[in-house]
Design a protein around this ligand. Structure first.
Ligand SMILES: Cc1ncc(COP(=O)(O)O)c(C=O)c1O
Length: 411
């Protein structure tokens, strides 16, 4: 179900007209729908209801505390990758025993804090990290639950910049390295090895890479039997794709649930997931105003007040985020247009269209599907403050994080 819809040519998110919101809040702003967020989370939860996994929302995809708190009300845990994200998850009310800590370079300070909070799992990605965890645990007289993130050397069949599970990627440990650590687990007296985790990439639509991962994990689980390690959890990461255009079919979550169901039966472990984009991707849009329209011999530039610092994905990954007018009109005579931002980079370009409705300076547009990796990837480049974030709840909108004050950047 999609809560972003035209009604009588006006774009609505839930029951609110976006045009009306632009009369009250200055653009650019991020606008989230709690109905869409809850719907997505419950779609995920229901698909896997037979196996009752722990769903740890990937905070990196959207680290707004109110969003995390909304998900917490639905039972979500959190997957965090930094001290900042861990503190946000805890402040949002997520129980430490529902938090997993991933990341290739966790510092001593970050690990010490995570250990002091007794979180569910630290998913370690190197032998040195495991040694550091053991050292901190010993100093604090604790036994710490650790998972090992493996790198299964499997192609996620996605954009190479968001692929993380191939041999050449920096993430995780090889299967051999993981087995070696499990065999030598006695060396780490203050660690209880309880899990293996895997995350091969993001925006994956095909089931086959996930199938391969499950096969690798089943084999690994059998191979480590003799080491004395009994896995309590297998953390399957995130990565489920969400459509960014009408040509992309939604991810077949039912099929994925079937194969994970079989996997759980064989392996007899608790399953953890770390979805981000699937939960929050289409729960957010970025609303922007057309500042200028510049006609050149080859095309028309539609210059917006939102820029690559507000939404990095097009510049970073060539991602396509569709742009809709906030008010539709019948004309369709604009040819060869390119939506761009005001930042001084040629890559500050959102998307081009061969044909589009007529637009005017001062009109508003809506950039779709920015709930995931939108605000969380934003920057202050060109000394532009972070835009405000709004959440629709109960037919009202609320500013859940105000626009950053420019003064905070001028010091
Ligand atoms: C370890 C880990 N888990 C989960 C995620 C979330 O991925 P997605 O938003 O594609 O579900 C990521 C994203 O990069 C990740 O690195």
């Amino acid at each position: 179900m999609n809560f972003l819809k035209f009604k009588n040519k006006k774009l609505f998110f839930e029951n609110l007209s976006i045009e009306n919101i632009t009369k009250k809040i200055n653009t650019p702003f991020y606008l989230y729908s709690s109905k869409q967020l809850n719907f997505n989370f419950n779609t995920f939860k229901n698909a896997f209801k037979k196996i009752k996994p722990l769903i740890c929302f990937s905070v990196k995809s959207n680290s707004n505390i109110k969003i995390i708190n909304e998900l917490k009300k639905n039972g979500s845990g959190a997957d965090v990758v930094s001290l900042g994200e861990l503190k946000i998850a805890l402040k949002a009310g997520i129980h430490p025993k529902k938090i997993v800590f991933s990341g290739v370079g966790k510092s001593y300070e970050e690990l010490s804090y995570a250990i002091s909070k007794n979180i569910l799992l630290i998913n370690a990605e190197s032998e040195s990290e495991i040694t550091t965890i053991n050292h901190i645990a010993k100093k604090n007289n604790k036994i710490v639950s650790v998972g090992i993130r493996i790198n299964p050397n499997i192609s996620a069949k996605t954009n190479k910049k968001i692929s993380t599970g191939k041999k050449g990627n920096k993430f995780g440990l090889s299967l051999d390295a993981c087995q070696k650590i499990f065999i030598e687990h006695y060396k780490y007296e203050n660690i209880s090895f309880e899990a293996v985790s895997v995350h091969i990439g993001s925006q994956i639509f095909e089931i086959s890479p996930f199938k391969k991962v499950l096969n690798v994990l089943t084999k690994l689980n059998q191979q480590i039997n003799h080491t004395g390690i009994n896995l309590k959890y297998i953390d399957l990461g995130g990565g489920l794709g969400t459509p960014y255009s009408n040509h992309e079919k939604p991810f077949n979550i039912k099929k994925y649930a079937q194969i994970v169901g079989k996997f759980k039966k064989i392996n007899k472990v608790k399953i953890i997931f770390e979805p981000g984009r699937f939960i929050v991707g289409n729960a957010g849009v970025l609303i922007s105003k057309i500042i200028y329209i510049k006609k050149t011999p080859t095309k028309r530039f539609i210059i917006l007040d939102a820029a690559m610092n507000d939404l990095m994905r097009p510049a970073l990954y060539d991602a396509k985020h569709h742009i809709q007018p906030v008010i539709k009109n019948k004309s369709n005579t604009f040819k060869n247009i390119e939506f761009v931002g005001p930042v001084c980079e040629s890559s500050d370009s959102f998307i081009s269209y061969k044909k589009y409705q007529n637009l005017k300076e001062g009109e508003f547009i809506c950039i779709n599907n920015i709930g995931a990796y939108g605000r969380s990837l934003a920057s202050n480049y060109n000394t532009r403050p972070y835009a405000a974030e709004l959440l629709i709840n109960d037919n009202k909108f609320k500013v859940i994080r105000p626009k950053q004050r420019l003064e905070t950047l001028i010091n």
